[in-house]
Design a protein around this ligand. Structure first.
Ligand SMILES: [Zn+2]
Ligand SMILES: [Zn+2]
Length: 118
């Protein structure tokens, strides 16, 4: 099940995002990236090449890891690695607080959970 997030920052930046994937095995697995031109964009991790949906650029940074997000200790990396192999693509980890804001550049962007989608 996917999650609807409201991204927001103290500078006034706000954007609603769908993250994760629906029930169907062929549904997209959506994850936030930062495009140097378009800012915060959501990309399907199952795509063979990860490109910005607007400018088609492939030089993107992923949220959930430095430099866009803080390092978060995870004790289940081994299990996730197995899941990655089964899924056939690299899953990415999501961090809800302390992300880089595409508008002001501070590490003050929060992804707040506001609902779910199938
Ligand atoms: Zn772009
Ligand atoms: Zn900001």
């Amino acid at each position: 099940m996917g999650t609807i997030y409201q991204a927001h920052c103290g500078c006034g930046f706000e954007k609603e995002l769908l993250i994760g994937h629906g029930f169907m095995s062929d549904s997209p697995d959506l994850f936030p990236f930062l495009c140097p031109t378009d800012g915060l964009v959501v990309i399907n991790l199952k795509n063979k090449r990860l490109r910005c949906p607007r400018c088609r650029r492939s030089k993107l940074l992923a949220y959930g890891e430095p430099p866009l997000s803080p390092i978060v200790a995870r004790d289940d990396d081994f299990r996730r690695t197995l899941e990655d192999a089964q899924a056939g693509y690299k899953r990415r980890f999501f961090v809800e607080n302390g992300n880089r804001c595409p508008s002001c550049g501070n590490m003050s962007l929060t992804f707040e959970r506001i609902g779910c989608f199938d």
